[in-house]
Design a protein. Structure first.
Length: 330
């Protein structure tokens, strides 16, 4: 075995292993993952064709502008990419796809779906406990989408996230399993430690503000968003706080080394970094675009938190890449 340090290029240029036969469980997961894209893609297609299914009278979505049409087209294409990912993860030729062409979209998918996987069940739980959205306050706000749309779409996203994770883990174990075998090992260079510390600091700052909002704090939210506070929004803020902490903790654990199993540190950095980077970028794009309800855009403090999420994710991702570059194939 070559004992020199592995360079990142070697990770992507190494000869991929031969694909293993696809078991019945993964075949079922493939069908589930493909089926889970139908609700979102179906609704988006109908809306692009002019249908008002799920859009109540009085909603601004009844007369969509160019930005809304473009956003629907882009998000439809993003969900359609899940179909391609599923086939990459389950077809024999998928094992030969260059690493970056697979890991980048999987990283983004992880980032966008993780807060939904955590937040949607959390919202259902608080509603079941009687802490959901106030019906009076909900009725006072202008209609946007019928409630069933959110349930159908987010249930589909949740199933999609679970199925993709269940397909990606065995694929990654077969192709890159050596990267997370054993413990984290030796401490990474001090420069990487500085990056990890910065990721942890940024993550804690984001988590602190997010938890402040989760417990009802209104400073920095703007009048409209502060008035919309409820248990549902509190769950969302708490989930983003957890993801930011996970990103920073994962980066620190990878940088410091030690006897902790590498899979746990990698998992925290991957999931937390992906969630903070992807959602921070997604919300920044939404904040900079035109507001569909012609209301006030997010205040500067909120945009700074989105930027903090992106910074946390980028720093955690940098540590993650540096750690993987030091691993040696078995």
């Amino acid at each position: 075995m070559n004992t020199r340090e592995t360079h990142p290029s070697h990770l992507t240029e190494a000869e991929p292993p031969s694909p293993s036969p696809l078991g019945s469980g993964r075949r079922v997961l493939r069908v589930v993952a493909l089926a889970s894209t139908v609700p979102y893609l179906g609704l988006k297609t109908l809306w692009l064709c002019g249908s008002h299914l799920g859009i109540p009278e009085g909603s601004v979505l009844r007369e969509p502008g160019p930005f809304f049409m473009a956003a629907n087209s882009v998000t439809s294409a993003m969900d359609a990419c899940v179909i391609l990912l599923v086939f990459v993860l389950t077809r024999p030729w998928g094992i030969r796809v260059p690493g970056p062409l697979l890991t980048v979209p999987v990283f983004v998918a992880t980032g966008l779906l993780t807060p939904i996987l955590l937040g949607f069940p959390g919202q259902l739980l608080v509603r079941a406990l009687g802490f959901g959205t106030d019906p009076t306050g909900q009725a006072a706000r202008e209609p946007f989408l019928d409630p069933w749309v959110f349930h159908v779409v987010y249930a589909g996203f949740s199933i999609q996230g679970l199925a993709l994770a269940a397909l990606f883990v065995p694929y990654a174990r077969e192709r890159w399993g050596w990267a997370w075998r054993g413990v984290t090992g030796e401490r990474l260079p001090s420069s990487t430690g500085v990056v990890a510390a910065a990721a942890a600091a940024a993550g804690l700052a984001v988590a602190g503000v997010s938890l402040y909002w989760a417990f009802g704090g209104a400073a920095g939210l703007g009048a409209e968003r502060a008035a919309a506070y409820c248990a549902d929004t509190a769950v969302v803020s708490a989930v983003h706080a957890a993801c930011a902490v996970a990103a920073g903790a994962g980066a620190l654990l990878l940088a410091r080394g030690g006897t902790l199993r590498a899979v746990w540190s990698l998992g925290l950095a991957w999931v937390g970094g992906a969630a903070t980077l992807s959602w921070g970028a997604w919300m920044t794009i939404a904040a900079l675009g035109p507001q569909l309800d012609a209301g006030e855009g997010p205040p500067g403090t909120t945009v700074l938190i989105y930027a903090g999420q992106m910074i946390t994710g980028l720093l955690a991702g940098t540590v993650l890449i540096r750690f993987l570059a030091t691993r040696r194939p078995a």
